[in-house]
Design a binder for this molecule. Structure first.
Ligand SMILES: Nc1ncnc2c1ncn2[C@@H]1O[C@H](COP(=O)(O)OP(=O)(O)OP(=O)(O)O)[C@@H](O)[C@H]1O
Ligand SMILES: [Mg+2]
Length: 368
């Protein structure tokens, strides 16, 4: 029986996208498979941000296909990634057999070179950043997203490639978002919002690969492929820190405003200043500073007082001339609800901490 293209596709599902937990077929990298007397022709569409992909995966493709009876000579054709305002077809192939690659024209400028473009249907994007890791940025982002439901349709985008935590926080671990053949990604629904996390796509034990601007461009490209539908607010959980990775992401996504999370312990003016500078560099207005894990919360009114005396986050915001959005107390249930996949805003709608998140969400909705 003759080899079918479905059988070849099945074999190609053994080939993982380097650094990702998913295979090249489910990522829509394989555009076409043709088998005829001269052999097997596979059309690949690498993302613009990863022009070297075909070179990297070619040996694995060859290994996956070579033992299929009837595969014949293997021909790999590289299709150019679609560019804004222009659609690319497969590059012309030459007729001789044997494994080789074709590049019809120079790779288009990577996503960064095109500048940010708005996400269709998404009214406003609020990025949550922090100067340091572990300050509760993801917890704040998830709870703010849920608190923003009062004001419209909400999405949460976990762009933290180093420590994606939205699946844990929203109870969507192990979800496999659908990816179409043209690489459009369907977000997952959870607690009445839509969410997507880099955690659904990246390989857990390969942190090393996530360095450098190329990777960031690739991530931005995947992010731009999410089918959000109509959203009033998209909350973006950036990787911690304010270095090149964050800057590149901020450059490639159109953001309406940025929020910086800090803790009273780390009231390090320099960190927050770097965050303000980062948003400034990409022309994104800073909506304000949130102080998380504030020392003492009044059990009666939920008001958090600064145990460090003289103002902490509020003072810092004043010095940097950015709005102070509020304090979230250091409350054990904030962490424990997050660990169980239902953030406190959903689990304890009447708690003082929830009120605090609602207050901040209301200010954000006004500000954007
Ligand atoms: N207000 C709070 N009260 C108590 N625990 C909190 C609070 N905010 C966050 N936490 C806990 O602190 C830990 C770190 O929070 P989270 O993962 O949100 O931080 P992050 O800044 O996103 O970290 P990373 O830099 O790793 O991305 C988690 O265990 C979380 O449950
Ligand atoms: Mg985080």
């Amino acid at each position: 029986m003759a080899l079918t293209s479905d059988e070849v596709l099945e074999a190609l599902k053994q080939v993982k996208y380097p650094g990702f937990s998913r295979d090249i077929v489910s990522f829509g990298i394989v555009r076409d498979v043709r088998i005829d007397d001269s052999g097997t022709r596979i059309v690949l569409a690498p993302p613009a941000g990863d022009p070297d992909l075909v070179g990297k995966i070619r040996p694995r493709i060859e290994a996956a296909v070579k033992d299929l009876p009837g595969a014949g000579a293997l021909e790999l054709v590289t299709e150019l990634a679609p560019q804004a305002g222009r659609t690319a077809g497969p590059a012309p192939s030459d007729s001789a057999s044997g494994a080789r690659e074709h590049h019809g024209s120079p790779q288009p400028v990577a996503a960064g070179g095109r500048g940010p473009k708005p996400i269709p249907g998404v009214r406003s994007i609020i990025a949550v950043a922090s100067g340091k890791g572990g300050v509760g940025k993801s917890t704040v982002a998830a709870n703010l997203a849920l608190a923003l439901r009062t004001y419209g349709r909400v999405g949460l985008l976990d762009a933290d490639v180093y420590g994606p935590s939205a699946p844990l926080l929203l109870g969507t671990e192990g979800a496999q978002p659908e990816v179409t053949s043209d690489r459009r990604i369907t977000p997952i629904e959870a607690h009445g919002i839509r969410m997507i996390s880099m955690g659904f796509f990246i390989e857990q034990d390969r942190p090393v690969i996530w360095r450098g601007p190329m990777v960031t461009k690739l991530v931005a490209e995947f992010i731009n492929n999410v089918e959000w539908g109509d959203l009033d607010y998209l909350v973006l959980d950036l990787p911690p820190g304010t270095g090149d990775v964050q800057l590149t992401l901020a450059q490639q996504l159109v953001m309406n405003g940025g929020v910086i999370v800090t803790t009273p312990q780390e009231v390090a003016l320099a960190d927050v200043r770097r965050g303000v500078k980062m948003f400034g560099q990409v022309g994104v207005p800073v909506l304000g500073l949130i102080e998380n894990m504030s020392g003492h919360v009044c059990s009666q009114c939920g008001h958090a007082t600064d145990v460090f005396g003289t103002g902490g986050g509020e003072k810092m915001a004043g010095e940097l001339e950015i709005p102070f959005l509020g304090r979230i107390g250091l409350v054990a249930s904030v962490g424990s609800h997050g660990d169980k996949g239902t953030p406190i805003v959903e689990a304890e709608p009447d708690s003082p901490v929830t009120q605090q998140f609602r207050q901040i969400a209301s200010e954000l909705s006004r500000a954007v």
